[in-house]
Design a binder for this molecule. Structure first.
Ligand code: AMP
Ligand code: GLY
Length: 419
């Protein structure tokens, strides 16, 4: 199979690493790819991932059998629709199906209509109406911009002032903030479950836990994710079964009932409250950094599974998992998720690998032959070990040998599960 991977973050590096192990893989390309993905695929940097026509042409020219779309933006932008129209198979939902992430209002209304457990909510276009509603409901309360906002369009307000200010701040998210969702605050612990689906059958992957806040102890601003581990012991077999029966299967069925066949990865962000899972959000793609801990434990051929999703013939056979635990610590640029410096030289990757780390590049580039930082999240360092404790100790031994100026990382990844 000739494969084209879209994206260049840590998630796509992990996908490329796993796909490269498939005996079915022939030629492998990535747009734009990254210094990490270069080890597995030919990276093409002169095509924009927002240019559907150029990507279709490239896929035709290279006789691509399957296009795998990593990030949400090209999915919400209809890339798979363009590919499918040109007769090219793709892994990832269509534009309308990607609304499950692209529009919080679409997702919330779907859940409400089909009784999928989630927080109560109201939708507002008028800011004063939103504020009056918030005054009636009181805090804590959660305010969300409707559209894509790179994980930053959500404010969990602890008091009334914060909540009212949050409504005004929604303007900062551009078009995404024209409509807002105000929803009930859910207390509990979060988990992420990624599931492969062909629009009919669904294969949930093992549960992971992300760490969204930038600083230890879940303090500071929300980020794309500062680290993850899997499996998450919080999601035991009983909760897993509930997630599958009450959330994942009903959601795929609800979409189908609305005339939408969802193919690809459905990411359920969950709040586990007194042993009951509720949906915090859906994403239309693999999680980042959840992918960097889930895929190292998957023993199946991922390319074969993805192709089956694209073809609509995913078999219900059980996935096979390593008994190990995996942990990923994100090394970020100091200042992220606000402004930060770029082009800082990165040292120690070879040493970290020799200590047993897998290194996933999230925001790096080569500059005059030297590897330098080029994004907010720079590297993901993943280790696996027979126990979570060992995996955590190992990951921090590896992290300590890596250096770039202003490097920031959380020192408490997986700490909650170890308590
Ligand atoms: P989202 O982008 O919708 O996942 O929201 C980002 C983060 O905000 C989530 O991972 C949660 O930590 C938090 N959050 C979102 N909605 C709620 C809610 N209704 N109750 C509590 N926390 C929430
Ligand atoms: N780790 C959160 C996300 O991928 O959206």
């Amino acid at each position: 199979m000739n494969v084209l991977l879209i994206g260049g973050g840590g998630r796509e590096h992990a996908l490329a690493w796993k796909i490269s192990q498939s005996p079915q893989l022939e030629k492998f390309f990535a747009v734009p790819g990254s210094p990490g993905i270069k080890n597995f695929a030919e990276c093409v940097e002169n095509i924009s991932i927002g240019d559907n026509a150029a990507l279709v042409n490239f896929a035709k020219e290279k006789n691509i059998d399957l296009v795998i779309v990593g990030p949400e933006a090209p999915l919400v932008n209809g890339l798979t629709d363009s590919l499918n129209a040109a007769g090219i198979k793709s892994f990832g939902p269509t534009k309308i199906a990607a609304q499950i992430e692209g529009s919080k209002i679409f997702a919330k209304r779907l859940m409400k209509k089909y009784k999928i457990p989630t927080a109560d909510f109201e939708v507002f276009e008028n800011l004063d109406d939103a504020k009056n509603y918030i005054r009636r409901k009181g805090a804590p309360i959660v305010i969300k911009a409707d559209g894509l906002a790179a994980g930053k369009g959500v404010i969990v307000a602890q008091n009334l002032d914060e909540a009212l200010n949050a409504v005004d701040e929604m303007k900062n998210f551009g078009a995404a903030g024209n409509k807002i969702v105000v929803e009930e605050f859910m207390d509990g612990e979060e988990a992420s479950v990624l599931a492969l689906t062909d629009g009919e059958k669904i294969l949930p992957l093992i549960a992971a836990q992300d760490h969204k806040r930038v600083d230890d102890g879940d303090e500071g601003l929300n980020t794309g994710g500062m680290g993850a581990y899997a499996p998450a012991p919080l999601v035991d077999s009983k909760i897993s079964a509930q997630i599958e029966e009450k959330i994942l299967k009903p959601t795929i069925a609800a979409l189908k009932a609305e005339g939408i066949i969802y193919r690809g990865c459905l990411y359920a962000g969950l709040m586990i409250q007194n042993g009951e899972p509720k949906v915090v959000e859906f994403n239309c793609r693999f999680g980042d950094p959840e992918t960097q801990v889930v895929l190292p434990l998957l023993e199946n051929d991922l390319l074969e599974l993805m192709n089956a999703c694209a073809e609509g013939n995913l078999s219900a056979e059980k996935l096979s998992w390593s008994k190990n635990s995996a942990v990923c610590v994100i090394l970020a640029s100091g200042g992220y998720p606000k402004s930060y410096k770029k082009n800082l030289p990165i040292d120690g990757i070879t040493k970290a690998k020799s200590l047993g780390a897998m290194i996933f590049h999230a925001g790096t580039k080569f500059s005059a032959g030297e590897l330098v930082t080029s994004g907010g999240r720079v590297l993901g360092v993943t280790t696996t070990a027979p126990t979570l404790r060992e995996a955590v100790d190992k990951v921090y031994r590896c992290v300590e040998v890596i250096h770039f100026d202003n490097m920031h990382y959380r020192r408490d990844i997986a700490a909650r599960a170890l308590k």
